[in-house]
Design a protein around this ligand. Structure first.
Ligand code: AMP
Length: 121
């Protein structure tokens, strides 16, 4: 599958669509989910064009991989949900059809601010 440059997160990265930005650096952009499922629901996306986690693992550079993982931790700290700043959270990435992925640009959901509940429905 080819990366779709017209997906909504690509448009957010290009600044064509606004977002409620939480954090940004060379590797990631983080913003609030438009349809929050928990008290805190943030998204962390890599700046590179990766469709999903499988694509990222196979094709991203080591710097991009470290950048994304560190970005998740930085955002969790900023939101006060990391283990050292709060009570924890769930980081989740849906992958393709059976994973229930809707937007074909890799993203991690960060859910927190309350008990997140069962892992899967
Ligand atoms: P997924 O099903 O894992 O692909 O999740 C896609 C997520 O993107 C959903 O939770 C949507 O609510 C969220 N979303 C879609 N459009 C936007 C947007 N413009 N800004 C912020 N979040 C969005």
């Amino acid at each position: 599958m080819k990366y779709d440059d017209e997906n909504i997160f690509a448009k957010i990265l290009r600044g064509e669509i606004p977002c409620k930005r939480i954090y940004e650096d060379d590797f990631v952009l983080s913003f609030y989910d438009i349809n929050p499922q928990k008290k805190i629901h943030a998204l962390v996306i890599p700046k590179g064009k990766y469709i999903d986690l499988d694509d990222f693992i196979q094709n991203a550079s080591p710097d991009e991989m470290v950048g994304l993982l560190k970005g998740i931790n930085i955002v969790a700290k900023k939101l006060g949900i990391s283990v050292d700043t709060g009570k924890g959270y769930r980081a989740l990435s849906n992958i393709s059809e059976h994973g229930g992925q809707e937007v074909p640009h890799l993203h991690f959901h960060l859910f927190g601010g309350e008990r997140v509940g069962k892992m899967v429905e």
